[in-house]
Design a protein around this ligand. Structure first.
Ligand code: FES
Length: 317
């Protein structure tokens, strides 16, 4: 899901298992060469995988957070994609050592009595540890899981079949999102999958006045970020600088041009590593992370994609 990373905090991990999970999906288990413990993570976390070509991709951790000896990721091979998934399938053989970033999370399990998980294809991966955590807390959950055909459903054997509704697209069509919205009243709804699925669910949940009940994990930006709303300025309060942001530039680029080193990873508004506190001004939020109410409060922004509504923003940088 990502293209590049400035995160230098990686661990050299060995691929200790690679397993076919379903049509085009392989899972990989990664462990320290010395057998030591790995950094802890919460359900919903992802890691950067630094591939031999220099490409960096982010994958959700889909193993068991209580097992600190290994991470598990799963990757859908997309021959027509940007190349990362094909490289993973080609290079991540058991025995190979590969740099892996520390777990990060923007997809946190909120407190709720009931959870409805909606997964499309490889979007099942972040749901697995979340479901395990809900079960551990004694909560109730259900999963609506769509895939191209029955052969494309992965990890189903790990889940309680009585709580899972499988919807193969070739025989049953698309997920019935109207019924997901209607039947999830009072529940926290978590969705991960293709952009059209998530956009459609956002639209339906918003229409039902339940935008804040919906939590998303995107594997690609909702829409390409092109152009801008015009030129504006960012005042960097701590650095005491005022920096112009050109229409063809992101705030992140302008900040870096001003000599300020700021972290980023996905640069598509989907990972949260560039988040900055907003001290003044209105933000044109273009990320896929903040909820509707967080956007309205405008306490922070993702400077890799979001812009100003007005002439100036004041940032805590
Ligand atoms: S770098 Fe990922 S959200 Fe900005």
């Amino acid at each position: 899901m990502s293209t590049s990373s400035s995160d230098s905090q990686t661990l050299p991990l060995r691929v200790v298992a690679a397993r076919w999970e379903s049509e085009s999906i392989t899972s990989y288990e990664l462990a320290r060469a010395d057998g030591g413990e790995l950094p802890a993570w919460e359900p919903g976390a992802h890691v950067d995988v630094h591939l031999p070509s220099g490409t960096v991709r982010q994958y959700s951790l889909c193993g068991d957070p209580t097992d600190t000896s290994r991470y598990r990721i799963a990757v859908l091979e997309l021959p027509a994609g940007r190349g990362g998934s094909v490289e993973v399938h080609r290079e991540l053989r058991p025995g190979r050592v590969i740099p892996i970033g520390r777990p990060r999370s923007n997809f946190v399990l909120a407190e709720a009595d009931r959870y409805v998980f909606v997964a499309g294809g490889i979007g099942i991966t972040p749901m697995l540890p979340m479901i395990r955590e809900v079960q551990r807390r004694g909560g109730t959950w259900e999963l609506v899981y769509g895939a191209r055909t029955v052969e494309h459903f992965a990890f189903v054997r790990e889940l309680d079949p009585s709580a899972v509704q499988l919807v193969p697209q070739d025989t049953h069509g698309h997920l019935d999102l109207e019924s997901v919205v209607a039947s999830s009243s009072g529940a926290a709804v978590y969705c991960c999958g293709p952009t059209p699925l998530m956009d459609a669910l956002v639209e339906r949940m918003s229409r039902a006045g339940r935008g804040d009940d919906l939590h998303l994990e995107r594997f690609a930006a909702a829409a390409p970020v092109v152009g801008s709303s015009g030129e504006f300025e960012v005042e960097l309060a701590r650095s005491e600088k005022v920096v112009p942001v050109r229409p063809d530039q992101t705030v992140l680029e302008a900040v870096r041009d001003a000599g300020i080193d700021h972290p980023s990873s996905c640069e598509m508004g989907i990972c949260g590593s560039c988040e900055v506190k907003v001290l003044g001004g209105d933000v044109d939020h273009r990320d896929d992370l903040l909820t509707e109410s967080e956007r309205a409060q405008c306490n922070s922004m993702m400077i890799c994609v979001s812009r100003a509504c007005g002439a100036r923003l004041v940032l805590d940088l």
